[in-house]
Unconditional design. Structure first.
Length: 259
């Protein structure tokens, strides 16, 4: 009998994919199989015109409790340097379409870092976030020290990374780490609702909008503003721009085709 898939893929609505981490016996610890499967999906989905938005979750009880320490325990310096994980995370990071994380329960260590790869995080009221790597004699290694400070600021990021303390959903919302907090049983459906809303928008505009927002992390203000203006101008040549304006003036629902 074959092993069950470590990442489940569903299509709950047109243009939307739901990815569910599927290692409940290990609290969805991120082993090589999970990360390889995620990277493969996102690499393929980037060029799939039928996919317009993705929701990533660990299910109703836990998002991901961290990296798989059993795999990592045998690594020496050379093994850590040659580790394939950075390449898999890079494939997730480069995904050009909207990615929404629906987080219930623990999102710790690599699980918190994975959630922060998403463009939007919807948290359940039982969600717990943290970067406790310092307790193991290491530091976050999948972007935690960089993404956390960009989300919550230097002081809160330092507190989390240096102390290893966790924060709950309400503190994550107040600090800007998550966009919304919902009852645990409603978290995934809210993320899917948002994905359906985004999937109905003109895909070229959505893609360029995401890229423009991300430039604010990568560029000084002036070149980022220049990128925004060029993206804005480029969209004036699209059929979707003409359809969107025509539908507004004619008071009807637009039909966007990604052209």
């Amino acid at each position: 009998m074959s092993e069950p898939a470590t990442v489940l893929v569903e299509a709950p609505a047109p243009g939307v994919r739901l990815l569910t981490l599927n290692r409940p016996e290990a609290r969805n610890a991120l082993d090589n199989g999970v990360l390889s499967a995620l990277a493969g999906f996102f690499a393929d989905a980037a060029d799939d015109g039928d996919i317009r938005a993705v929701v990533l979750t660990g299910g109703a009880r836990v998002f991901a409790a961290g990296a798989d320490l059993r795999e990592m325990s045998g690594l020496d310096t050379v093994g850590a340097y040659m580790d394939r994980r950075p390449g898999w995370y890079a494939a997730i990071r480069r995904f050009p379409k909207p990615l929404i994380a629906a987080v219930n329960g623990y999102a710790l260590g690599g699980g918190c870092e994975l959630a922060m790869h998403a463009d939007i995080i919807i948290a359940g009221d039982d969600a717990v976030f943290g970067q406790p790597e310092v307790n193991l004699g290491i530091i976050p290694g999948a972007g935690g020290t960089q993404r956390l400070v960009r989300s919550v600021g230097k002081s809160r990021a330092m507190k989390a990374v240096l102390s290893g303390e966790f924060i709950d959903a309400d503190e994550a919302l107040a600090s800007g780490l998550v966009a919304e907090v919902r009852p645990r049983e409603a978290t995934i459906e809210r993320a899917l609702e948002l994905a359906r809303t985004i999937a109905a928008k003109p895909p070229l505009a959505v893609r360029l909008a995401k890229e423009a927002v991300m430039k604010s992390y990568e560029m000084p203000l002036e070149p980022a503003l220049d990128f925004e203006r060029r993206a804005f101008t480029l969209l004036f040549s699209t059929e979707d721009r003409r359809e969107g304006i025509a539908a507004f003036l004619e008071r009807r629902k637009p039909e966007f085709r990604g052209r």
